[in-house]
Design a protein around this ligand. Structure first.
Ligand code: PAF
Length: 286
């Protein structure tokens, strides 16, 4: 496995292999890898001839300096995991390499960057869409795989790729969960043992909503059901429970006529966890 820190070298590497007729996959990460990331790599490998990954904790998508400083890293462990998974090359740049003149140009998908998580984290999604565009330009993938856990991020990347005519197939991979149902996340290690145990209530609330998806409930009734389940756990501090059109993230009302996504944003101690589930008629066709 090759590790590159400069843009030109990894782009030359990828283009060299593409000239031989190989299809390139890419998986973008901020490191501190868990099984969820490795699932993305496995999926990219299934669909392409070789996979490149990136490890870059992108400063422009963090609002608070403390969040950025506290972001966990384990470069040696990450490289060992990528190597074991058969990754061909890893791009491991510094912020100076990524933003030599400082960040200036911005890629934005305003209909998706300013809603939901984008309202509580101003600038976050502009940071994501800009760095993802840059990484796509550097890594030149034919196929890229993102987790459905970051549902809004995936919707935004799909829209950006379509709107900007990027010749890249974006694949979404279902959430990978721990045995008790907690969605895997690099943030989980920051939970206290008590909060870790309590956080299982997120997937339980989604399971409960899904169990009722065939019932004639309104969006408001689904929201109340989810809120009531999470509220049983005193350690859970609910920040948002949104139910949106699963394809466009537009608000939806009344009884479910098409797939809707339930988006949870809940704090345990000082750790904000997110989770989601698509429910409703026609969800299999999404
Ligand atoms: O999902 C992430 O880890 C990041 O938002 C991404 C896509 C690597 C961009 O920095």
């Amino acid at each position: 496995m090759d590790v590159f820190s400069d843009k030109a070298s990894i782009r030359d590497y990828v283009l060299g292999r593409k000239r031989q007729g190989e299809r390139a996959g890419c998986v973008l990460t901020m490191g501190f890898l868990h099984d969820g990331h490795m699932g993305l790599v496995a999926e990219a490998a299934k669909r392409t001839d070789f996979v490149c990954t990136s490890i870059f904790v992108n400063p422009t998508q963090f609002g608070e300096a403390a969040d950025l400083a506290g972001y966990p890293t384990d470069i040696e462990g990450d490289l060992a995991k990528f190597e074991a998974a058969g990754v061909s090359a890893v791009f491991l740049p510094t912020p100076e390499i990524m933003y030599p003149g400082g960040p200036d140009t911005i890629v934005d998908v305003p209909s998706l960057s300013g809603i939901l998580q984008g309202k509580v984290r101003p600038g976050h999604f502009q940071g994501v869409s800009t760095v993802v565009t840059k990484l796509f330009n550097i890594l030149q993938p034919d196929v890229t795989v993102f987790g459905e856990k970051d549902y809004q991020q995936l919707a935004l990347i799909r829209r950006m790729v379509a709107d900007l005519d990027m010749p890249i197939r974006v694949v979404g991979l279902p959430i990978v969960r721990e045995a008790d149902g907690l969605a895997m996340s690099s943030r989980n290690v920051r939970l206290t043992p008590e909060d870790r145990a309590a956080a299982v209530v997120l997937s339980q609330s989604l399971d409960r909503a899904e169990a009722h998806e065939g019932d004639p409930l309104t969006v408001e009734e689904f929201r109340a059901l989810v809120r009531e389940t999470i509220s049983r756990e005193p350690r859970a501090d609910i920040r948002a429970i949104d139910i949106r059109d699963a394809a466009t993230l537009a608000p939806c009302y009344g009884r479910l006529a098409k797939p809707a996504v339930i988006l949870l944003s809940v704090r345990f101690g000082d750790v904000l966890l997110i989770d989601n589930r698509v429910i409703g008629p026609g969800k299999e066709a999404l």
